[in-house]
Design a protein around this ligand. Sequence first.
Ligand SMILES: [Zn+2]
Length: 550
Amino acid sequence: MIERIIIMTLLLFSTSCEWNQFADKIYYNGNIWTGNKNRPHAEFIAVKGEEILTVGSNHKAVQGPDTKLIDLSGQFVVPGFIDNHTHFMGGGFQLMSISLRDIDSKKEFISRIEEYVRDIPESQWILGGKWDHEMWGGELPSKEWVDSFTKDIPLLLTRLDGHMALANSTALELAGITRDTPDPSGGLIERDGNGELTGILRDEAIELIRNVIPDKSFEEMDAALDKSMEYAASLGLTQIHDMCSWDDLETYIRNKEKLTLRIYTLPWFTHYKKLIEYKNQYGNGDDRLRWHGIKAMLDGSLGSRTAWMHETYKDDPNTSGLVVSDDTLKLRQILRSADDAGLQLAVHAIGTRANEWILDEFNAIKKEHGKRDRRLRIEHSQHLLPKDINRFGKNGITASMQPAHLYDDGAWAHKRVRDNVLEGTYVFKTLLESGANVTFGSDWPVASLDPLMGIYTAVTRHTRDGKNPNGWYPDEKITVEEAIRCYTINSAYAGFQEDKLGTIETGKLADFVVLSNDITAIEPEEILNTKVVRTVVGGKDVYIGKNSSF
Ligand SMILES: [Zn+2]
């Protein structure tokens, strides 16, 4: 009897609560992967304001007379993707600039630029490039190719590898480069047989032009942000952790009211004093825009043989990489000052020696400054010695990784480093099994921003050259569900927001993505054919796919 009374009371209580708790919107009839281990699957998400009111299988209890109903038509839903490492403004400018990556003839090279020129304001520089003259037989482009239709519009287009660029006559003039200008040290100004400028500049000579490119205006910065936000929404991203400049942070603040995705900024570490001031004055920001961490960089990259290794490179016995920070004492001091002020530390480390160094350093900081919830992170965590893998889990260090890099690197990494190093490369599975918080992102615009591309690569470990159909070091493949967690809740944890983001459950912010396929149920190959149908941030649709049935 008493039990019955309790049940009746509970029922009454819950009904009366729900009476006031009608949803603004209900997304129903979905195949919802919540990421919440207590309730892994659901059929509807009820939204009130910016938050998830409830999730479940029967939405009638929260449907009021004014509730908007959205039929998900059985489609698959996951929590919004959170990218752990972007250079978002750089990506936006790349979207605004011209890409010649796919050009394979002189004729097309010229017509692509001609077309681009028609749409830009006269004062704007033509930037971008990524051309590769090997694609059309090896003849280098020259300023004569473009001068006739770029009068008064300066142009600087870099080659794919960034070591060569084409400038037009206007740009050369602005930089004061003539046939008599001497080559700068570390650079080359190309001239033809008669000593005339061809427009091709190599390495440091490119800087002569870059130095005269005016700083971006607020209008240009805001336009680039709009571009990248629109692109991110189309890929299902609802938050990014952005490794940014101070100007970038100010751009986000200026545009705060129109941000359609959440941004956790980690400005470059030399701005630590300004950031500490900011934090003291304004706190950590809010759910839309945050600032409570810094990004530093220890070594370079594998591609350029500047990742700091224990051994010399296989294809260059004269180097084992380098520390890019010109003053490690200063770096150590800044890391300590930032930690003292309660900032999160995120440090780029690619090589085995760099990762060991920063793991040691993080331990030292913890010992010196005492216990605190720090969530220290190593950006990339790319090549690890076997003895260091366990240290991530044991010491609570986040491995902030970008699986799409594997897709590119896996095709040529064996030329740079030996097997023993490769065995510790992108070890997603071993890190997860050893209890580390592994999180995923892209490093965009260095690699593709597409989270589905990242998930696909983590699951298949396929490489660009197609030579690893069973996966590159296949023991380190992880499951689709693990990969989704790395791209959602694990990233939320890395940003101290696991109570608000990363899963679809009551009380969290209503950030989720509708996909055209249930990626947990299809062949991994099909992940790349999956489309984002709808992206929801804080209960608002920020993207609706063209092919969606809504
Ligand atoms: Zn980066």
